[in-house]
Ligand binder design. Structure first.
Ligand SMILES: [Zn+2]
Length: 389
């Protein structure tokens, strides 16, 4: 988990980087080629109530945390990261300095080994932000500014391309910290996910200048699904198949806005709301996305702003969405071939062998997987926090 795996570049350094990769990249590419093609990329949208927190696990296990939710969600966030056995965070991205996004940032720096911090650099006078900057300084963590044009290689062929903010910052908008959120596109082979922070209409107008870069099957919907983002032109450019809204069941802002849910429905995006389904895990092999959710939407949910979300998701539920037993874990006794394939180090052949082996007797603990030919102690160790029985 060395931070040297990260390469932060911008347009002006492209040639230098190309030479560097040419010199350094050849050996590692050849030795990792089989591994990186077999292992998926995973995005966890963590249910932290009203706010945002997501975690990316790259195909070669680099860990990127995007926002850390409001401070009162600390127990839920820490619990989720512990369940995944996360000890180090290779990169922490703070999309913008609002307390529902950076509420736990300095606590994360206390409890985890964070190797790099990416910040919007838009100054906003709240305590959580000054605490964060003080901790970064005290711990001497490299702090980079997230600026349009930068690309961050996160390993295994996955990349983050930063699309916003750019200077001069957007001024005099409804919320300037929101408008200058870090926006980036995560890409892996033929798939991409777009992370929009709390972008506003003005941000979307700027992003549409490079509209081809917005296309992504998976969209983290801006600003908890508020009506101040997700405009028609923007959604037409993204054309998401899946859309994740992160918010709490009862919030004073009325998130997600019915208008936004209808707009997502218009572009035929499947909307998933953390308030309804809990944490959401999206995995991709670079070709398709698979989803597991903490719970199924309750048919009796009647909370007003969620009513339309529920109607939308019940009419459009794709069969790829499975109800996982807990925190998006894969049940190795019942998972389908495709679900098993989302696990690290488990390709189609091993998935078939797991299904064969469980016919003899059910697995009751991680080490039982050693019965499967080709699964050794190291793989068991990797799988243990991600599976259930
Ligand atoms: Zn927010």
């Amino acid at each position: 988990m060395s931070s040297t795996f990260f390469s932060i570049t911008n347009k002006y350094q492209a040639f230098k980087t190309f030479i560097l990769f040419f010199l350094l990249g050849t050996v590692s590419f050849l030795s990792n080629v089989e591994k990186s093609f077999a292992e998926p990329l995973r995005v966890h949208f963590i249910d932290i109530g009203q706010g945002d927190s997501a975690l990316i696990q790259s195909p070669n296990d680099k860990v990127i945390l995007i926002d850390s939710g409001p401070s009162k969600s600390w127990k839920a966030l820490k619990g989720y990261l512990d369940q995944l056995n996360i000890k180090e965070i290779d990169l922490m991205i703070n999309t913008h300095p609002h307390s529902d996004h950076i509420g736990n940032a300095s606590r994360i720096l206390e409890h985890f080994k964070v190797k790099m911090v990416l910040d919007s650099g838009f100054a906003h006078p709240i305590r959580a932000y000054s605490q964060l900057l003080a901790s970064v300084k005290e711990k001497k963590i490299p702090l980079k500014l997230g600026r349009k044009g930068r690309t961050i290689a996160i390993g295994g062929g996955a990349n983050l391309e930063l699309l916003a903010p750019e200077e001069p910052f957007i001024k005099n908008s409804r919320s300037d910290p929101n408008s200058n959120s870090i926006v980036f596109r995560l890409s892996y082979k033929n798939q991409a996910a777009l992370f929009t922070g709390d972008a506003e209409e003005e941000t979307e107008t700027r992003l549409l200048v490079d509209s081809k870069k917005l296309r992504a099957d998976l969209l983290k919907v801006a600003h908890h699904g508020s009506k101040h983002a997700s405009g028609r032109a923007f959604l037409d450019a993204v054309k998401p198949k899946y859309a994740v809204v992160s918010c709490s069941e009862t919030n004073r802002y009325g998130h997600p806005a019915p208008e936004t849910l209808l707009a997502l429905n218009r572009v035929q995006a499947q909307a998933m709301v953390t308030a309804q389904v809990g944490s959401i895990v999206a995995s991709t092999d670079g070709e398709t996305w698979q989803f597991t959710t903490q719970r199924k939407p309750s048919p009796s949910a009647t909370i007003n702003p969620l009513k339309k979300a529920q109607q939308i998701s019940s009419t459009n539920t794709p069969n790829t969405i499975q109800n996982a037993s807990a925190q998006g874990k894969v049940n190795v006794n019942t998972a389908s071939l495709n679900e098993l394939k989302t696990l690290p180090r488990i390709g189609p052949a091993l998935s078939k062998r797991i299904i064969e082996a469980r016919k003899d007797s059910k697995f009751t603990q991680a080490s039982d997987l050693r019965r499967v030919r080709g699964i050794g102690a190291k793989t068991v160790e990797k799988l243990a926090p991600l599976i259930t029985f």
